[in-house]
Write a protein that binds this ligand. Structure first.
Ligand SMILES: Cc1cc2nc3c(=O)[nH]c(=O)nc-3n(C[C@H](O)[C@H](O)[C@H](O)COP(=O)(O)OP(=O)(O)OC[C@H]3O[C@@H](n4cnc5c(N)ncnc54)[C@H](O)[C@@H]3O)c2cc1C
Length: 398
């Protein structure tokens, strides 16, 4: 059944993860009208299943992704300023053992570069933790320990951050429709007609530009658009986290997995410890992603290697587990070594009617949204900016 009316917006966004919310905020801040369609709930997808870090990504330096790290560090510091109730600075400890693949000089080099890319601000400082303090670090294994470095990054509640960004967009006039699934969209000369299902009805809405912010569902959404669009070739890579009992008192730990040398975080999460993440190729439908047994075992073994209190823990000690999907460019390199850059893909170079967001970081959502706006600028009507997104404070729900 088709609705008898047709409404119009400057922009329609598909998906209310961090990118959909960020784009809605940026469009509304420009004084333009925007509608967000979300098939489920705010942050129902990847944006509630991340490692919950607002960080530059120390490990991306190993892949020479300097631009990404610099941008993320700048956004991290901005979020610390704009969202003090949601984003907290935290000490990160990086222990190096006799058997570690990464040697102290290499870590020192990485941390120096991290500090330089972070503008040598206070939040970029790092130091070697004196041996006499090792025993205070949450029962960290000290046998064969050679050095421990401490640096700073930040943590958030990813879903709460996404809700806060969407809330700020709504305050600027953005509209949000939950349980509204894009069914089909057709590109026309003057924009796009979007059909979506909500409460058992099919509704249609016109927009100048459609933003596909459906995360791992992006190519499923593209498949619903006419004329047919050629999707970017991407791989979906699953990342699982487990929650273990026991509160970490001193901060987060960045650990080398004894199994394959990948880096794994153990961070405080509520009153427990969050351990993640894995990288497993994923070929199923994004709706069906779930933690695998061998991923949970891998994380448990990594935690147990460094924290003796988990050595006797079996799978039954896992309080919770969840899995999300990274969107990475297709390639032959391992997922660990592939670019984490965001790709914006438009239906045409001039006056795009459709832009798809592939990949990206929770941390850099605001910068990504700003790039989306630049990309679609030529398709938007003249408007008066209400506020710069670099200055919009974000508060947790009361
Ligand atoms: C395991 C893992 C750990 C990560 N850790 C970090 C981290 O610590 N720090 C960091 O900065 N980044 C991290 N990231 C990256 C970050 O989490 C993601 O880049 C970000 O959350 C992606 O957000 P998104 O809005 O693009 O997608 P999503 O959050 O997946 O949102 C897409 C939304 O689209 C909706 N949707 C899909 N199809 C339709 C449709 N047809 N109609 C309407 N709605 C639809 C879905 O319901 C969903 O809500 C991590 C990623 C993963 C996978």
């Amino acid at each position: 059944m088709s609705a008898p009316f047709k409404t119009s917006h400057d922009v329609v966004v598909v998906g209310c993860g961090i990118h959909g919310a960020g784009v809605a905020q940026a469009v509304a801040a420009r004084g333009l009208s925007v509608l967000v369609l979300e098939k489920s709930a705010i942050a129902a997808g990847t944006s509630s299943r991340s490692s919950k870090l607002i960080h530059g990504g120390l490990r991306y330096l190993e892949n020479l992704q300097f631009k990404l790290v610099r941008e993320c560090l700048a956004e991290r510091d901005r979020l610390l300023r704009l969202a003090p109730g949601l984003v907290h600075l935290q000490p990160f400890f990086f222990p190096i053992y006799r058997h570690s693949r990464r040697r102290p000089w290499r870590l020192r080099l990485g941390l120096t570069l991290y500090a330089v890319l972070g503008g040598l601000r206070k939040t970029s400082r790092f130091r070697r933790v004196p041996r006499r303090l090792w025993s205070t670090l949450d029962q960290l294994e000290t046998r064969d320990l050679v050095a421990v470095y401490r640096y700073w990054d930040a943590q958030t509640d990813d879903a709460a951050l996404t809700r806060a960004v969407m809330h700020s967009a709504s305050r600027l006039g953005a509209q949000l429709q939950l349980e509204a699934e894009l069914i089909h969209a057709s590109l026309e000369d003057d924009g796009c007609v979007v059909h979506y299902r909500h409460a058992g009805k099919t509704m249609d809405v016109h927009c100048r530009v459609l933003i596909n912010a459906a995360g791992p569902w992006a190519n499923h959404v593209l498949g619903r658009i006419t004329p047919q669009q050629t999707p970017c070739t991407i791989d979906l890579v699953q990342g699982t986290h487990i929650v273990l009992p026991g509160r970490l008192q001193h901060g987060s730990y960045y650990l080398e997995s004894p199994i394959d040398g990948r880096l794994v975080f153990v961070t405080p999460w509520l009153d427990h410890a969050l351990v993640g993440t894995t990288e497993s190729d994923y070929a199923g439908h994004p709706d069906a992603v779930h933690p695998l047994d061998d991923e949970q075992e891998y994380l448990l073994r990594t935690a147990a290697q460094y924290f003796p209190q988990y050595r006797t823990s079996g799978k039954e000690s896992i309080l919770e587990s969840f899995a999300g999907l990274r969107v990475l460019p297709s390639g032959s390199k391992t997922a660990f070594n592939r670019s984490r850059d965001t790709v914006l893909y438009a239906d045409r170079p001039l006056q795009p009617r459709l832009v798809t967001i592939y990949g990206g970081k929770l941390t850099a959502y605001r910068a990504t949204a700003a790039r989306v706006i630049s990309k679609i600028e030529s398709s938007l009507p003249p408007s008066r900016q209400i506020i710069d997104t670099r200055n919009i404070p974000l508060a947790p729900e009361s």
